[in-house]
Design a protein around this ligand. Structure first.
Ligand code: PEP
Ligand code: MG
Length: 325
């Protein structure tokens, strides 16, 4: 199998009908970057920045972050690289932060909420990203946006930092792309301006699913209870695809489900054109996509949705077994 995946490394994730999906990888450490070459990923669709904060005993200094981010960018060799700003709180608790006594941490003061209310650390992080870019493209994504103003404010904070760096006479990024993670159901129904304002949107499926089904992603009793291929969830995904298409905003999916071949094929069939996953999933996902007709899979999903089944999984699994070339 491994050899087969390796032989696909430089081939596109293109279905038999010609539909192509770009496969990117998720990362969080400098040590992940060699996988960019080995896996055949087209870029880093999600660089989680928490680890540099979680593995030390105090808040890292800006200079340290500049070095780390510059090394990561060097290692990406010009391929797309999406930095996500700090997503702490809930399951990701900083050892040097006073633990918050919150009844529901997943619904609590976390991620962008902390970044906007106490902007010191996020500002420093943004400055470090700008300084690390030095004439290159800087792509920043804000996590856990739950209403339009949160994205607007975070975006303005980044633009203000760019302006500040300009006044200080520092070399600016050659290009700036600012995106949002869509991980709360509220944003599926956000004003059109949200979709227009974002340079790109990435679905954080792990969180989106937990909030959509009201099922804690950390709780073993419920985390696998609701299927990603449930008609309700697929309808939600399709709505997001349509809203992004309406205004021409690029959309990706970067939760764990993107790395599951059947889920990835279904997302592609619903119109998703970028998926980001752990590097080891790229081979298996690409392998399946290349063996099926994505347009026909779409028709199969549509039939299953109309049949009244709760999940399209069994229909899709049967269809793949019969129609995989
Ligand atoms: C997600 O929620 O799907 C996601 C990619 O972010 P994280 O898993 O880091 O919350
Ligand atoms: Mg998330």
């Amino acid at each position: 199998q491994q050899e087969r995946y390796q032989s696909l490394r430089d081939k596109p994730a293109m279905g038999l009908c010609g539909t192509e999906v770009k496969l990117h990888m998720n990362a969080g450490l400098m040590a992940d970057l060699p996988s960019l070459e080995n896996s055949g990923a087209e870029g880093v669709g999600l660089f989680r920045t928490e680890l540099q904060f979680l593995t030390v005993s105090k808040v890292p200094r800006r200079g340290e972050l500049v070095d780390t981010y510059a090394q990561v960018m060097d290692a990406a060799h010009g391929k797309r690289l999406v930095f996500r700003t700090l997503d702490i709180g809930s399951d990701k608790v900083l050892p040097y932060m006073n633990p918050l006594d919150e009844p529901n941490p997943a619904l609590g003061w976390r991620a962008i909420r902390v970044g906007l209310d106490k902007p010191g650390v996020m500002r420093m992080q943004l400055q470090a990203m700008i300084r690390a870019s030095q004439g290159r493209t800087l792509t920043v994504m804000f996590p856990f946006i739950a209403q339009l103003d949160e994205f607007r404010d975070a975006r303005e904070m980044l633009l203000a930092e760019v302006e500040r760096e300009r006044k200080l006479g520092h070399i600016l990024p050659e290009k700036l792309e600012i995106g949002a993670m869509l991980e709360t159901p509220s944003m599926v129904f956000a004003p059109r301006q949200f979709f227009e304002m974002a340079d790109f949107i990435s679905i954080g499926g792990n969180d989106l699913k937990q909030f959509f089904y009201a099922a804690d992603r950390e709780n073993e009793r419920v985390r696998r209870r609701y299927d990603t291929l449930n008609v309700s969830f697929l309808n939600l995904i399709e709505e997001i695809v349509d809203r992004c298409k309406e205004v021409g905003t690029p959309l990706s999916f970067c939760g764990e489900d993107a790395g599951r071949p059947i889920e990835a094929a279904c997302f592609t069939a619903l119109g998703m054109r970028h998926l980001s996953m752990r590097p080891a999933s790229i081979g298996p996902v690409k392998s399946l996509i290349r063996r099926i007709n994505i347009q026909e899979l779409r028709a199969c999903i549509n039939d299953a949705r109309l049949s009244g089944e709760q999940s399209v999984r069994s229909t899709v699994v049967d269809w793949i077994a019969r129609n995989r070339h």
